[in-house]
Design a protein around this ligand. Structure first.
Ligand code: SF4
Length: 281
């Protein structure tokens, strides 16, 4: 079988920084992460073994999750960032805050704040309920979330409109959003804030060789992994798996060429194990 690892792989810088910051804490008592530190359940389990516990509850906002963190403990803000209100409430609770927000997410926040101060209407393209979108939109109640392309129709987009987006959007999808907004008003100011790690991984998948099967490794919760899967599916037959376990019963008959990619929060050793297994086929 001919297996090609589509580079880049391994953690992006934001994920690496978040993990390093967490693991470097002096753990004399439990540390709590507000939602998953990164969207990968294997890593969340590995962090738990080191005393870094994830506080999560389906449908709960970061502000609501804070109620579940014991007073005076340490809380980590995940790579996806959080709104100013979350930081404020954490301080009020006397928590020791470890901020692992990725620099690319902060860049988005800073642009939003800049254009808010200049009096612009802000439109944020991102996934409803995703931690990053919640953090960015929580900067001000004047920010409008665009979570589907049809949402664009419900807004007027005056000349003083500023459009920005989640860092892990699809390179293709974002173009469609921008074109539709520009069709409503070409004077709208647009900033594309898809991060470097997301861009490079998506471009690598778009430009990958033809294959019989594209394997995308990562957690179903991971936004950037989901986008890789969508792009890979446009090219060839594709499957998304979190670990080797999900491939053990897969029927590889008739498959001679495999491309393998992974999300920015997928540990490299998980992909290595899959490749070792495929090499035995
Ligand atoms: S995917 Fe991009 S925004 Fe998210 S942590 Fe990695 S570098 Fe930062």
């Amino acid at each position: 079988m001919d297996i090609l690892r589509i580079e880049p792989q391994g953690f992006c810088r934001g994920v690496e920084m978040a993990i390093d910051k967490s693991l470097n804490l002096k753990l004399n008592k439990d540390v709590y992460c507000l939602g998953a530190l990164i969207h990968n359940s294997i890593m969340v389990e590995r962090l738990k073994e080191k005393g870094i516990l994830t506080i999560s509850k389906k449908g709960a906002t970061r502000l609501e999750l804070l109620d579940l963190v014991p007073n005076n403990s340490t809380v980590i803000i995940s790579a996806h960032g959080a709104s100013p209100a979350v930081f404020e409430k954490a301080r009020e609770k006397g928590l020791n805050i470890v901020d692992a927000t990725c620099a690319f997410v902060y860049r988005t926040h800073n642009e939003i704040k800049k254009y808010l101060s200049l009096g612009y209407d802000i439109y944020y393209i991102g996934a409803k309920g995703h931690a990053e979108a919640e953090g960015a939109c929580g900067i001000s109640d004047k920010i409008h979330l665009i979570s589907s392309i049809d949402d664009i129709d419900s807004y007027e987009f005056k000349d003083n409109s500023f459009v920005i987006n989640q860092t892990t959007m699809s390179l293709f999808d974002i173009k469609d959003f921008h074109e539709r907004i520009k069709a409503k008003n070409p004077n709208v100011l647009i900033s594309n804030t898809i991060c470097m790690a997301t861009t490079k991984r998506q471009e690598a998948v778009i430009n990958a060789r033809p294959c019989d099967l594209f394997i995308v490794v990562g957690d179903k919760m991971s936004s950037n992994t989901g986008k890789l899967y969508k792009l890979a599916s446009n090219k060839s037959k594709a499957i998304m798996v979190e670990s080797l376990d999900e491939l053990l019963s897969y029927d590889f008959s008739g498959i001679n060429t495999i491309n393998i990619t992974s999300g920015a929060s997928t540990p490299k050793d998980v992909v290595d194990r899959i490749i070792d297994y495929l090499n035995t086929k």
